[in-house]
Design a protein around this ligand. Structure first.
Ligand code: DQA
Length: 187
């Protein structure tokens, strides 16, 4: 299994930002926890952080093409309004888990109660602090079905809601290549 963790804006500032909400442990600590858990579970993991919406969207598309089998995403404030990230997630037929450190529903600002990304994900975990990411890995271990190239192509055809252009759709040949790469990585 090959996972990517995508962290959105200002998450690299953990440890100093809003410590009363997120605590004093820094971003490196979070990354170490994730890497340790993945290593112990025999999972290949990449952690990507960006403050830019377009870069996050590009990384979502790329991760699918490079044989990644699951996406764990904390879109940070994009959770509240980025339909573009919602569309990008809908366009990749692999399991997705959305993670938030804090419980969005109990935050003071009303705009944080809206989560437009959630419906594009298989699971939403919030309010568990850094452990939420480890829970997301556990979710992937339990639910990360290994898709065959044929299943991926079929899933694309069946998903009318993702507005994929023909260019974005993987052909069977491309999906098979991704499958091969995935097998090589897992060896
Ligand atoms: C957050 C919640 C968001 O509302 C906020 O903008 C963040 C962090 C969380 O993990 O709790 O940046 O995604």
């Amino acid at each position: 299994m090959k996972l990517i963790v995508i962290n959105g804006p200002s998450l690299a500032a953990l440890g100093t930002r809003e410590v009363e909400v997120f605590g004093k442990k820094d971003y490196d600590f979070l990354c170490q926890q994730i890497v340790k858990k993945a290593a112990a579970s025999n999972i290949l993991i990449e952690i990507y952080q960006s403050n830019h919406e377009g870069d996050i969207i590009d990384r979502i598309h790329q991760s699918y093409a490079d044989g990644t089998t699951g996406i764990i995403i904390n879109p940070a404030a994009f959770a509240h309004y980025s339909y573009a990230i919602y569309d990008a997630l809908m366009s990749v037929p692999i399991p997705k888990v959305q993670v938030h450190l804090a419980d969005l529903n109990t935050r003071e600002e009303a705009w944080r109660h809206q989560n437009v990304i959630g419906p594009a994900c298989n699971e939403v975990i919030m309010g568990r602090g850094y452990d939420g990411y480890l829970d997301a890995i556990d979710y992937m271990i339990k639910n990360n079905a290994e898709y065959t190239a044929e299943e991926i192509v079929k899933a694309q055809e069946g998903s009318e809601s993702c507005n994929m252009s023909d260019k974005e759709r993987l052909t069977l040949e491309e999906a098979k290549k991704a499958e091969e790469r995935k097998k090589m990585v897992e060896k």
